[in-house]
Write a protein that binds this ligand. Structure first.
Ligand SMILES: CC(C)(COP(=O)(O)OP(=O)(O)OC[C@H]1O[C@@H](n2cnc3c(N)ncnc32)[C@H](O)[C@@H]1OP(=O)(O)O)[C@@H](O)C(=O)NCCC(=O)NCCS
Length: 184
């Protein structure tokens, strides 16, 4: 099975139950999400509210990878800034169930987010934070053009140890399109 067996699309309200199941699984499969299995997971109502928030906010979106049987096996999102002064920047997040790793889904989800942000005239930049020891995700982001912007020392806990978080960013526009700002 490759990524073409899955559909990538934006999440809708009727995905709430599948999103609860997806989140319950993924937090048990990776240490590299900041919200872990030990943290409270969103209820059905909360998942539905999140879907609505992603759809309603001008610089936020959430997309999923769905199998032919309707199972959500991957999720990508952009959370746009809350205020007028930072809504031009969105924070990217991605996760794929272990059973579906290395089939191109992670890349397809991130690319879908980037393509969406590029045509959103309010946005100029995507950012993210990734664990220093998360080699797969760092390679994925670098492949799609994200650049390292800084290192947050011992910002995340991994078991009994600490890990650095690497801040990465992707500029969505050319310098002359970002009125008053100076990327690079
Ligand atoms: C990181 C993650 C999203 C990658 O998803 P995926 O569907 O397996 O990735 P893809 O098959 O689309 O791979 C795309 C690129 O990512 C990189 N990559 C993915 N897995 C990799 C691995 N095990 N080792 C090295 N590079 C890897 C490669 O650059 C790859 O491109 P290539 O196939 O040309 O080598 C997935 O491993 C995951 O969900 N991990 C747990 C959650 C997580 O870490 N999320 C990111 C938090 S910041």
């Amino acid at each position: 099975m490759d990524r073409t067996s899955c559909t990538i699309r934006q999440t809708v309200l009727t995905d709430a139950a599948a999103l609860v199941r997806f989140r319950a699984q993924i937090v048990r499969q990776t240490e590299f999400m900041l919200k872990g299995a030990e943290d409270p997971q969103g209820s059905l109502l909360e998942q539905a509210q999140w879907v609505e928030r992603f759809a309603a906010h001008p610089t936020s979106m959430q997309c999923c990878a769905v199998t032919a049987h309707g199972v959500i096996v991957g999720l990508g999102s952009i959370t746009g800034g809350e205020f007028l002064r930072n809504r031009h920047v969105g924070t990217l997040s991605v996760g794929v169930l272990q059973s579906h790793w290395r089939r191109g889904l992670g890349q397809a989800l991130v690319q879908t987010c980037v393509d969406w942000a590029r045509v959103n005239r309010l946005m100029i930049k995507l950012n993210l934070q990734v664990h220093a020891s998360n080699g797969s995700a760092r390679q994925l982001y670098a492949k799609l053009g994200f650049e390292v912007e800084g290192i947050l020392r011992r910002e995340a806990k991994l078991g009994n140890n600490y890990d650095d978080l690497i801040a990465m960013g992707l500029w969505l526009r050319r310098r002359d399109e970002c009125a008053g700002s100076a990327p690079g």
